[in-house]
Design a binder for this molecule. Structure first.
Ligand code: HEC
Length: 139
């Protein structure tokens, strides 16, 4: 015996289902951004315009970052470095990003000081990645 449930097809119900889907969407988006901490004074102080510019050169040059993370930080073999839920560099702060670049992630292709970059170049790359991921600079 087949049951016909007219209420399920009623426009009112469809509206409620749509509203639920929209609410879930909004919650999902909020959760994603919650994983990236807002800019702090320390972040902004480290990411000076000259550090960001130098970091862009390191990222696309000696650091070889673009091979794994993409020329526009869109990701590839490695994760995207635009705004996202940071896995290793928790919260996506400048300090957390710098920590990953200088220490690497054990057992992965993310080695410490990729391309043999210096500490200075690591700081510049971190400033660049932080600035792009926080909408403070273009890739
Ligand atoms: C050979 C590939 C490769 C190169 C080159 C590389 N990375 Fe990575 N990177 C990875 C991988 C893979 C991960 C993710 C590791 C894991 O599985 O957790 C990662 C993770 C990261 C993260 C943490 C992302 C997160 O979500 O927390 C940052 C930041 C990062 N890389 C920055 C850089 C920078 C800057 C450079 C250049 C100086 C660079 N990487 C060079 C492969 C690479």
């Amino acid at each position: 015996m087949r049951y016909h449930i007219p209420a399920f097809h009623a426009p009112g119900i469809r509206c409620i289902r749509l509203a639920c889907a929209a609410a879930l969407c909004v919650l999902g988006a909020r959760r994603a951004t919650a994983q990236q901490a807002p800019a702090t004074a320390a972040d902004s102080a480290a990411a000076t315009p000259s550090a960001i510019t130098a970091g862009r050169t390191v990222f696309h040059g000696q650091g070889t970052c673009l091979i794994c993370h993409g020329a526009n930080l869109e990701g590839g073999v490695g994760p995207q470095l635009t705004a996202h839920e940071w896995k290793d560099a928790k919260g996506g702060s400048y300090a957390a990003i710098l920590g990953v670049i200088t220490k690497g992630v054990d057992g992965t292709a993310m080695v410490a000081h990729p391309g043999g970059i210096s500490d200075d170049q690591a700081r510049q790359a971190a400033a660049y990645v932080w600035a792009v991921s926080h909408g403070k600079a273009k890739a």
